[in-house]
Design a protein around this ligand. Structure first.
Ligand code: ADP
Ligand code: MG
Length: 393
């Protein structure tokens, strides 16, 4: 898809630029505990400030119902200033027009929580106009909020000349490479706990990819559909019909579905319990499948070796509990090595997936890792994201 970026903004000196960022950082006792999202904003904010723009950052924080002292973005300003390495001003929703008028080229200000306006989430034209009056130009740099049609994520793109920020641009470029116009063969890994949470993802992927690798708890439902007795494993027996429909759709689309043929089982889900590695047909009635087995991992590594593109969401096992992270870590390292060799474009996303890749120490070796949970999944479902659509030419 085509969209305008900072390169298309022309001279921004003295222009007021409203920049939608994701500053919804985790906090404990008034301290920012993870500044990943703040760091992602650095390229766009510093580039605009250095070009002499008056940079007005728009963001939401938490889920306030109207103004709330606790959910004021003022609390994050000191940490944000430290991350950017520059002064950051804070502008609340009273007297904001005057405060903005007093800013000079190169200044950076964080405006108060957009969700203090009820109309933010309903994309109320009055709130869009309220925000638009503060700026001359609009930049959306928050892919993670782009699945929502809110005033600051969608409405503003129609009210002011709109551009994608650097983080948004990087995300859209990577996602386009992975599923938009990928090099084939394309493999998808879909894991995680439940089929029911990723049904739309699976249905979309069978029509898009050449190889669909199913792992994690959701593989159990597919194994059950194939007549395997999965014992006490997490399994959605009521979705066996749905799993069969996905097998049929894959057949029609020429997509090969890969399920494990060996698995790691245990009687309880806790750290380092007694385990067995068995063929899927040998799971005992009182056992749970908690990871895919080594033979399956080896076969899947061969699949990846023959693919040019990989998109990955969901761990292959209960990775939080050792040793059930073994398969996820092993396959992630294979994908990282193939990416490093230049034979694979690898894109991954999802909250637990990112945690698992960090655990494997390979997050930096993938072509792109998306930290946008909900938006990434909606993109994997093939849905148009309103915040992205509003930026397209
Ligand atoms: P993401 O956040 O990346 O989208 P999910 O939330 O869908 O991923 O899935 C992650 C969860 O799936 C983890 O909590 C993991 O423990 C769980 N899981 C994976 N495999 C199994 C399994 N075989 N049995 C039970 N839970 C599993
Ligand atoms: Mg999750």
């Amino acid at each position: 898809m085509a969209f305008r970026t900072l390169d298309d903004m022309g001279d921004v000196r003295g222009k007021r630029v409203l920049v939608r960022e994701d500053l919804n950082v985790p906090m404990a006792d008034g301290v920012v505990t993870d500044d990943t999202r703040m760091r992602a904003t650095i390229p766009t904010i510093t580039e605009l400030a250095d070009a002499g723009a008056i940079v007005l950052v728009l963001a939401h924080f938490g889920r306030p119902k109207g103004p709330s002292a606790e959910l004021s973005l003022s609390h994050i300003v000191p940490a944000y200033s430290a991350v950017l390495g520059r002064p950051v001003r804070y502008v609340d929703w009273e007297g904001d027009a005057a405060a903005v008028a007093a800013l000079a080229p190169g200044d950076i200000a964080v405006l108060e929580n957009t969700r203090f306006f009820g109309g933010e989430e309903t994309n109320d034209p009055a709130v869009v106009a309220r925000f638009a009056a503060l700026g001359d130009l609009y930049v959306n740099d928050a892919f993670s909020a782009a699945h929502r049609a809110h005033a600051s994520t969608e409405g503003l793109a129609h009210a002011l000349p709109a551009f994608a920020g650097r983080a948004m641009e990087a995300e859209l470029t990577a996602l386009d490479k992975a599923l938009g116009r990928p090099e084939h063969p394309v493999a998808a890994v879909v894991g995680g706990a439940k089929v029911s949470t990723k049904l739309a993802v699976l249905e979309h992927l069978v029509a898009q990819v050449d190889r669909l690798i199913i792992g994690g708890g959701m593989a159990n439902t597919f194994l059950a559909a194939r007549g395997v007795d999965v014992g006490k494993s997490l399994c959605e027996h009521d979705l066996v019909g749905t799993a069969n429909a996905i097998f049929d759709a894959a057949d029609k689309a020429g997509c090969t579905i890969h399920l494990p043929y060996d698995v790691v089982v245990a009687r309880e889900l806790r750290a380092n319990p007694p385990t067995r590695t068995v063929n899927v047909h040998e799971v005992a009635a009182d056992e749970m499948i908690l990871d895919i087995g080594p033979a399956a991992v080896e076969a899947l590594a061969d699949v990846l070796k023959n693919c040019r593109t990989l998109v990955w969401n969901g761990p292959l096992g209960a990775f939080e509990t050792p040793p059930f992270d073994t398969a996820t870590v092993a396959l992630a390292r294979t994908a990282a090595a193939l990416t490093h060799d230049g034979s694979l474009v690898s894109v991954a996303g999802g909250g637990d997936t990112v945690a698992a890749l960090n655990q494997a120490g390979v997050a930096d070796d993938f072509t792109f890792v998306s930290t946008a949970g909900g938006a990434f999944l909606e993109w994997m479902e093939g849905r148009e994201l309103p915040g992205v659509a509003a930026l397209s030419n």
